[in-house]
Design a protein around this ligand. Structure first.
Ligand SMILES: [Zn+2]
Length: 412
């Protein structure tokens, strides 16, 4: 275990390198065509992750330029998942109860296509969304959501404060772990959160990632995997205190964190998770070494399976061209020579090719007709939704799951 030259972006301690993935593409950079020029010019960087044993945060050591990741080609439109829509609706109802409709407003950082703020827009609540990707901001505006295209930092927070004043609620879902300069964001939040306001953050959770042994939460856009301890360390420096948490199964295990500038009583759930993190030894480097070994085994198992079925002449496809799967495919060396295509229902992705591994993305409507012998479930966090849909379509395949270990499900 080498000490990295890099300092922890949360607490400035030296971080320990735990994983070198080699050359990786940007997970969301789907390729429009495959030819020599595109292949030669495909951007790759040496992806390494490290862990800070002082504050227990997992982070990418060398992050590519953020403009390469969040631009007008950003491929994730949150509204396309029915499950996520219902998840956000519940949060919306909860948040509305904390707001005075006449005077308060809600700010969402990383508002994507407006999936969450649309509930507020429809009910005439004051709201503002900030997102760095033009194409998703345009979609949000078309949905009637008030949105601004910008990276959220201290400067943006001053502009917003001048125009809208302090926010009663700040929501950041599945975004904070994308942001490299977390100190800037915390400073900005400190500027703009009302004294009696609530900050709500939701992110993939470190302990879940550790438990399922998945490296998939780590790709260039995911700069951090957070824990209660690491978030506490970050925000306490900026006088913002964690007082409650809620755990969900979304995105392979997520935690929702509640913060305030006031000294509110800490809930028993929060204490429970603080203890759980300590019991799981998140300040011990051996925990992360074990995690690394587990990830390597999963990757080898999947590669060996695909190679052996390919030699038997079987057709192997994938389901869900997710950003997460880019890590597995590239790290496991599973490319277009081993996998026929990946089915997906997102119009933006159909007809393009996966980054680095150049596998064609086909319309999920073709899945029933094609009926591949084996289908690797890359969108494993939407397993129930997908398998049920394809069962109703009478699709025939053998589903292959690989996390936490290889498992086959026969649907004939
Ligand atoms: Zn740290």
């Amino acid at each position: 275990m080498n000490k990295s030259d890099c300092l922890c972006r949360v607490c400035s301690s030296t971080i320990s390198d735990i994983f070198d993935f080699g050359n990786m593409p940007i997970a969301n950079n789907l390729m429009p065509v495959i030819n020599d020029t595109y292949t030669k010019n495909e951007y790759k960087y040496n992806m390494k992750i490290g862990v800070c044993i002082n504050c227990s945060s997992l982070q990418i050591v060398n992050v590519p330029e953020k403009e390469l990741m969040f631009n007008n080609q950003y491929a994730y439109f949150a509204s396309q998942s029915e499950f996520m829509k219902s998840h956000f609706e519940k949060l919306g109802n909860k948040v509305m109860q904390l707001m005075d409709k006449e005077k308060d407003y809600i700010l969402e950082i990383g508002s994507n296509d407006g999936i969450f703020l649309k509930y507020f827009a429809d009910k005439q609540y004051k709201h503002l969304g900030v997102d760095a990707s033009e194409n998703v901001v345009e979609t949000a505006k078309k949905n009637g959501v008030n949105a601004l295209c910008s990276f959220f930092d201290e400067e943006t927070s001053i502009e917003i404060n001048n125009k809208y004043g302090k926010a009663k609620i700040i929501v950041i879902t599945n975004t904070m772990h994308h942001i490299e300069n977390c100190q800037e964001v915390a400073k900005g939040i400190n500027n703009i959160l009302a004294e009696d306001g609530t900050l709500i953050i939701e992110d993939p959770y470190l302990l879940d990632m550790y438990k399922i042994g998945s490296i998939e939460q780590v790709y260039a856009e995911h700069n951090f995997i957070w824990s209660l301890h690491s978030y506490k360390t970050l925000f306490e420096k900026h006088s913002i205190k964690l007082f409650d948490v809620e755990h969900f199964d979304t995105h392979g295990g997520s935690m929702r964190y509640y913060f305030s500038k006031q000294n509110l009583n800490k809930t028993s759930t929060m204490q429970e998770y603080i203890n759980l993190e300590l019991n799981n030894k998140i300040f011990d480097i051996n925990t992360f070494i074990k995690f690394q070994e587990n990830c390597i085994n999963i990757s080898k198992e999947l590669y060996n399976f695909v190679v052996s079925k390919s030699k038997e002449g079987k057709i192997i496809a994938g389901y869900g061209a997710t950003a997460k799967s880019a890590t597995t495919l590239n790290y496991s060396n599973i490319d277009k020579n081993l996998i026929s295509c990946i089915y997906d229902s997102t119009p933006f992705k159909i007809g393009k090719y996966t980054p680095g591994t150049h596998i064609e993305i086909k319309d999920a409507k073709l899945f029933t007709k094609d009926s591949p012998d084996y289908t690797i479930l890359f969108a494993w966090n939407h397993k129930k939704e997908i398998i049920e849909k394809e069962k109703n379509n009478k699709s025939k395949t053998i589903w292959v799951e690989y996390i936490p270990k290889l498992k086959l499900t026969y649907e004939n």
